[in-house]
Design a protein around this ligand. Structure first.
Ligand code: 5RP
Length: 224
């Protein structure tokens, strides 16, 4: 039986074949993305560099001697490679467990393809068991939470060491518990429309193009 970390390692390795030589690669955030960064380091001489989706990822990339570009210097990149908290068989995802959803969504929007790397436990029939992260401007936290409750969720501000956790952008995260997301694209647009919301961690309108899923039978490739 492979451990969850071994499954993450396997998909991270499999993702290397999607990295395009002499190009810039978009790099996600989290434990699976960290395995990918460590694999990327082995072929770093073959790429131009990377764009990072968080300060933590930028630091890890630089630690391996991989050049990190500012997204404002880049107009396109062939692929963005990142994990997910949940993914459906249609390629819609919940992301933001690591609070990096906004930068992840921005970098992904510039990439030709989103390659999702995930262990098999992340594949679900319906999104929502994993609390949906929403990045919110701090002064709007209470009003946004009321509106998220009104759409049927249980909105809770993410806390770390007894205080609201702040993102790399200085905002708070509201985790919406108890949702059963039947129509991810519609809910993504609806939550994006709430004033005070910076980003919702639903990646459905621009979901994954490929998912490399780590299972006991090996890495499965889902194409959407
Ligand atoms: C961070 C994310 C991550 O991709 C997501 O939380 C999955 O993390 P892990 O690979 O550690 O399971 O969206 O904001």
């Amino acid at each position: 039986m492979m451990t969850q970390d071994e499954l993450k390692q396997a998909v991270a390795q499999a993702a290397i074949q999607y990295v395009v030589e002499n190009e810039i690669v978009g790099v996600g955030t989290g434990s699976t993305a960290n395995f990918f960064i460590d694999e990327l380091a082995k072929i770093k001489h073959k790429i131009k560099g990377a764009v990072a989706s968080s300060d933590a990822t930028a630091e890890r990339l630089r630690g391996h001697g991989i050049k990190v570009f500012d997204l404002n210097e880049i107009t396109s990149m062939p692929v963005y490679i990142d994990g997910a908290d949940e993914i459906t068989a249609q390629g819609a995802m919940i992301k933001g467990g690591g609070a990096a959803l906004t930068r992840e969504k921005i970098v992904a929007s510039v990439a030709g393809k989103f390659i999702c790397i995930a262990d098999g436990s992340k594949l679900v029939a319906t999104l929502g068991k994993f609390p949906l992260p929403v990045e919110v401007i701090p002064m709007g936290q209470a009003v946004v939470a009321r509106q998220l409750n009104a759409i049927g969720g249980d909105a809770r501000v993410r806390v770390k060491d007894g205080v609201p956790m702040l993102t790399d952008n200085g905002n708070v995260i509201i985790d919406v518990h108890g949702l059963q997301i039947k129509d991810p694209s519609t809910l993504e647009a609806e939550i994006n429309n709430i004033v005070g919301v910076v980003t919702v961690g639903l990646f459905a309108r621009h979901g994954a193009n490929v998912c490399l899923l780590g299972t006991a039978e090996g890495v499965k490739t889902l194409i959407f």
